[in-house]
Design a protein. Sequence first.
Length: 86
Amino acid sequence: MLTRYMGMTAKSQSYLFTFGLAITLLGMVLTDMWLPMVAGAFILTALTVEAWIRVAHIIPMHDEMRAMRKQLNKLQHEVRTLEYDE
């Protein structure tokens, strides 16, 4: 959706967005100016969901893919050495 700010970790960013969403919702409940805050709540909801999906699913998937790529390279190297020996 949006490019992630690289100055903080994905987990910290998800906590920040969740905190911002909670503050926005609290402001909507406690003030009479809740209507202008609806747009901010929608945006923060999208950012929060995206950040938590990244932390829960995408980052572990990238780690698995990196491990599988290392394993594949190791196996390809073994196959090449076996072919060379024959």
